[in-house]
Design a protein. Structure first.
Length: 363
């Protein structure tokens, strides 16, 4: 099934059966997992003081290894809460939320990018909530009517294998990836990947439809290999199967941690260039969630200094809460000129972005 069909399902709520084919997630290491509960209880109860108890059901488009440590830290603070995690691709989780809208089963939704959460919010899937301390998060990462909250930022970068490419040779712009000298030597995530979708939407805003179409056609002509997700990209570059990879920044750091000879370029910093493209993860509370109290407390934790620090330390991400120290070695975004993109408008133009990917035949 094309990526565009999935978007139509999210935006127009077409029949759920049309999108049963498996999708690749941005962080695809584990298979989708479902933790089953047999207690039959679904009510959160308040205990003495501010302590909470009961079940908290989390639907996550982030893979389990990247979110479970954060959940564990929250659970250590609130041991009376039984947490159930369902992890899978964004589209899989979104379809479940749509199917369950009349009888919600989840309390919280966590996503790898803003397109999905924005589309679901427009369909009335979420309820507003403004977590404690959220005023320290940039306003552009807070959804309309507080229906979703951004958590972490990620940058679109070029990683390269240093055994095959010297720092002087490394491309300085994403537009350099169309240079014939890199033909057949570049790996990237394909049209089903949320971060690639977001990048193309941003480029349509920054450069216009025609220039973005030409860039995609030139990538295809340059024999870029498109994978389902970034894990395959980073591992292939780390193994020397490709010289270059177009990824989210933290995939470079993860591959470096594994001992690979890789380095990173934060592209398009020159005069007249578009700047560094970024996107964000986000979280929302499901409308009529069975455990709203626990969900609200969980969101408070995610945007707290402790929660944001975990994302920085464990995943090499950029916390959206101001004042959080990055993991050692991660270059601050303040060092770079960022692309000026209206994320909400890009999400609203989702259909046009998928029209373009289909038009050029992007894998």
């Amino acid at each position: 099934m094309s990526a565009r069909v999935v978007v139509y399902i999210l935006i127009l709520t077409l029949t759920l059966s049309a999108c049963r084919s498996a999708r690749q997630t941005e962080e695809p290491e584990p298979a989708a997992t479902q933790v089953q509960d047999t207690s039959g209880s679904s009510t959160t109860t308040q205990t003495a003081g501010d302590e909470i108890s009961g079940r908290l059901v989390i639907y996550s488009g982030r893979s389990e290894p990247l979110i479970q440590p954060v959940i564990d830290a929250f659970n250590a603070q609130h041991p009376g809460v039984e947490i159930l995690l369902k992890a899978g691709s964004n589209s899989e989780i979104a379809n479940a939320l749509i199917e369950e809208q009349a009888n919600p089963q989840a309390d919280v939704f966590i996503t790898t990018e803003l397109f999905t959460v924005q589309s679901l919010a427009a369909q009335g899937i979420f309820q507003p909530y403004r977590p404690a301390g959220v005023e320290q998060i940039p306003a552009e990462f807070i959804g309309p009517d507080n229906q979703w909250i951004g958590l972490t930022r990620r940058a679109r970068v070029i990683m390269y294998n240093t055994d095959l490419v010297s720092p002087d040779e490394a491309p300085e712009s994403i537009f350099d990836l169309t240079d014939p000298k890199w033909k057949g030597q570049i790996a990237a995530a394909g049209s089903t990947n949320g971060s690639m979708q977001a990048q193309i939407a941003a480029m349509r805003q920054l450069n216009g439809e025609q220039a973005t179409e030409q860039w995609l056609r030139d990538l295809i002509a340059n024999e870029v290999t498109f994978f389902g997700g970034h894990t395959d990209v980073r591992k292939a570059v780390g193994a020397g199967e490709f010289k270059l990879g177009l990824v989210n920044h933290y995939y470079f750091y993860l591959q470096q941690e594994e001992g690979s000879s890789v380095d990173i370029v934060f592209p398009d910093q020159g005069e007249g260039q578009i700047g560094l493209i970024t996107n964000a993860t986000a979280v929302a509370i499901v409308k009529e969630a069975p455990n709203t109290s626990a969900a609200q407390t969980f969101l408070d934790f995610l945007v707290s200094p402790e929660g944001q620090k975990l994302f920085a330390e464990l995943n090499y991400e950029y916390p959206l809460l101001s004042g959080i120290t990055l993991r050692v070695g991660v270059q601050p975004l303040d060092d770079f000129r960022l692309a000026d993109v209206d994320v909400a408008r890009a999400a609203q133009e989702f259909e046009a972005t998928f029209d373009l990917m289909e038009k050029v035949g992007m894998p």
